[in-house]
Ligand binder design. Structure first.
Ligand code: HEM
Length: 638
């Protein structure tokens, strides 16, 4: 116990006083691990450590979050079932967890990473429209530099629509802008449906909210979240999905796309859906050649597994690596997929050495750390990234013929307001533009930065969709609504959120940012009270780690959940094998490393002609990553 007295005997306690209560619940070993993490946090250096030390820090942090930041919401109602009979992803996400058929299915509860907010402030304190107008509303578009393009922005919407959406109530709420700011608001008042609150039947967390999408990484964004959705998208021939002759999605009589999820779609998002429908259909073609005895249903099931794994892999070792552009995260994300010993070792010997050395994918059994899998309320909140969206889209001229090999940047043909690319109008425009021109244009445009005063103006007066993709009557101010949503769902405000994530909380605004303009604006809205700060505002105001497009606070939720999406899923663990995927199917997953690989498969000339950079998620005209002769694990501090 000497170590504890050492830490508590000084006049300034080692542990931040506000964290002591949380640490008091930890086991002895975890307390020691927490001390290590806390010391590094106090020095503010984990991201500047050499790669191996940085990985050790993240490994310990992830372990602590797995122990103390996974809360189950709702009871356990599912039944045992025969896993051999369900060696495929079902339409509604049932039959994935090995002993409970309902875990992760459509309509189950959102979990939590921490207890609901204990804030004493009300739903309108300060008024959400004041927060939106004074801190979020875009003054002038701020882009993400060359790091992230419009494909990257659409990609994350593509993922969100695979994982999460809250069930709404039938009751509406109206928010009216206070007089002092109403003249500057696009909507003086607006109505929207409250989030549906449902009794969990469990004594711990009595009320919960429901996820209308399947939280598994199962490609439901293209396959649907239930049987009806699946039937709508399938061609019922050779396992394939419906697609138009021009390669884009088909549409119903109302002009709404036929796809797994069509809510709040825009042209960039539906383009990615179409690209992965192409991918699915190409996999079906290959499987049919090699396994001619497979019928439509079997081909569909195998191709769905393969396509979903390709999506998950691209997200893990391509998209995330661009989002968090540091050597430590490059190593960390590759370890999640391939393990510390890397791809060559895994390809040669298989998954033989446990999660750290051989990766999460291919584990013998799924791991949920004693808490049934779901995505969480807090995960939804940290993914509120609408600032990624610009106000205008730059359509480029791909008939342009460049004069040199270096010139891969087609000129801008037209500036299209983003509003015109949303919903059915966007679908009409996309069918005129076509897949190739859209993809190249998206590749060449930087998306918005996740920072204050960068919330898209057009989304403050937005025609949102209902679940069928039809326009709603009442337009909404999304920036205001997002502030309200987090409060309504009892998500902790920023400082409480950090404490619950074992992070050092703020004592004053200057702990959050060194930008004086931001400090003054925060002071104007929240006074001196850092406890009042809304999560969304804090995440946007936080000073970022070099190379990170998101805040460190959001990242710690990702650290936990990104691994969980893989390791808790039977189809990335027990059933990640030839029997479920087929040999050729597994080979397809293994050979696909990046989104560029998928684009090259379907548009063989495109990236050669128009892309200069290394990843399809960076701005295509930017320079490729420089070669670094030092092995990744031996790299020192950045
Ligand atoms: C044109 C593109 C987009 C449109 C029109 C759009 C629109 C919407 C709308 C209307 C909602 C429902 C708001 C509510 O009722 O609370 C929503 C929710 C959300 N959106 Fe977007 N969005 C777009 C792109 C994105 C992008 C790029 C992201 C990036 C991560 C994103 C992340 C989210 C999240 C996390 C939610 C919350 C889901 C939930 O409450 O369960 N969206 N979006």
């Amino acid at each position: 116990m000497a170590i504890f007295s050492l830490f508590s005997s000084t006049s300034r306690p080692f542990i931040h006083p506000q964290l002591q209560q949380i640490v008091a619940k930890m086991t002895l070993l975890d307390t020691l691990l927490f001390y290590v993490v806390h010391l590094v946090d106090k020095l503010g250096i984990w991201h500047r450590l050499p790669v191996l030390l940085g990985l050790a820090y993240l490994g310990i942090r992830r372990h602590l979050h797995q122990r103390y930041n996974l809360l189950h919401v709702g009871g356990t109602y599912g039944r045992r079932y025969n896993t051999d009979e369900f060696a495929y992803r079902t339409a509604d996400g049932t039959c994935n967890h090995p002993t409970d058929d309902t875990v992760g299915s459509q309509g189950t509860f959102f979990g939590r990473n921490m207890p609901p907010s204990t804030s004493r402030y009300g739903l309108l304190e300060p008024h959400p429209t004041v927060v939106a107008s004074k801190l979020l509303a875009r003054k002038k578009f701020i882009d993400n530099g060359e790091q992230f393009n419009m494909i990257a922005c659409s990609w994350i919407q593509f993922m969100i629509h695979d994982w999460i959406d809250h069930l709404e109530d039938t009751e509406q709420v109206e928010l009216r802008a206070p007089d002092e700011i109403s003249s500057g608001c696009p909507l003086k008042s607006f109505k929207f449906f409250m989030t549906k609150k449902v009794s969990t039947g469990s004594p711990d967390l009595k009320i919960g909210t429901l996820n209308t999408r399947t939280p598994w990484w199962d490609g439901s964004v293209i396959y649907g979240n239930n049987k009806e959705g699946m039937k709508r998208v399938r061609a019922f021939k050779d396992g394939k999905l419906k697609v138009s002759e021009d390669g884009l999605l088909q549409h119903n009589v109302k002009g709404i796309p036929i796809s797994g999820d069509v809510r709040n779609c825009w042209a960039g998002f539906s383009l990615l859906q179409a690209l992965f429908v192409k991918e699915h259909n190409a996999i079906c073609d290959l499987l049919k050649v090699h396994y001619s005895d497979l019928d439509d249903e079997q081909l569909y099931r195998h191709a769905r597994l393969v396509t979903s794994a390709v999506i998950a892999k691209i997200h893990t070792i391509d998209w995330t690596v661009e989002l968090l552009r540091t050597d430590t995260l490059l190593a960390g994300m590759r370890i999640n997929w391939y393990g510390f010993l890397g791809k060559k070792f895994k390809d040669t010997f298989g998954h033989i050495l446990g999660p750290i050395l051989s990766g999460l994918v291919g584990l013998r059994k799924p791991r949920d750390h004693g808490v049934p899998y779901s995505l969480t309320e807090e995960f939804v909140s940290v993914y509120r990234m609408h600032s990624l969206l610009p106000d205008k889209f730059f359509l480029r001229d791909i008939t342009y013929s460049s004069t040199s090999d270096q010139d891969k940047c087609p000129p801008v043909l037209e500036e299209v307001p983003m509003r015109e690319l949303a919903g059915t109008e966007g679908e009409r425009k996309l069918s005129i533009i076509g897949m190739e021109q859209m993809l190249v244009s998206m590749g060449h445009q930087a998306c918005g930065a996740i920072t204050l005063w960068n919330y898209p103006s057009w989304m403050r007066n937005l025609v949102a969709h209902d679940i069928n993709g039809e326009d709603r009557q009442d337009p909404v101010d999304m920036a205001t609504m997002e502030i309200y949503r987090d409060r309504e769902r009892g998500v902790a405000r920023y400082n409480e959120f950090r404490r619950n994530l074992l992070m050092i909380p703020l004592s004053k605004w200057e702990d959050l940012t060194d930008n004086i303009e931001v400090v003054e604006a925060l002071h104007e809205v929240y006074g001196d009270d850092v406890e009042k700060l809304d999560l969304l505002v804090g995440l946007h105001a936080e000073k970022k780690i070099k190379g990170f497009a998101i805040s460190e606070t959001a990242f710690f939720i990702f650290l936990l959940i990104a691994s969980r999406r893989l390791e808790a899923d039977r189809f990335f663990t027990t059933n990640f094998n030839c029997k479920s995927y087929t040999e050729k199917g597994l080979e397809w997953v293994n050979k696909t490393e990046t989104l560029k690989d998928v684009i090259d498969r379907h548009f063989p000339e495109m990236t050669r002609k128009w892309m200069r950079c290394s990843s399809a998620f960076s701005v295509w005209g930017s320079m490729p990553n420089p070669t670094n002769c030092i092995p990744l694990y031996l790299r020192s501090a950045p």
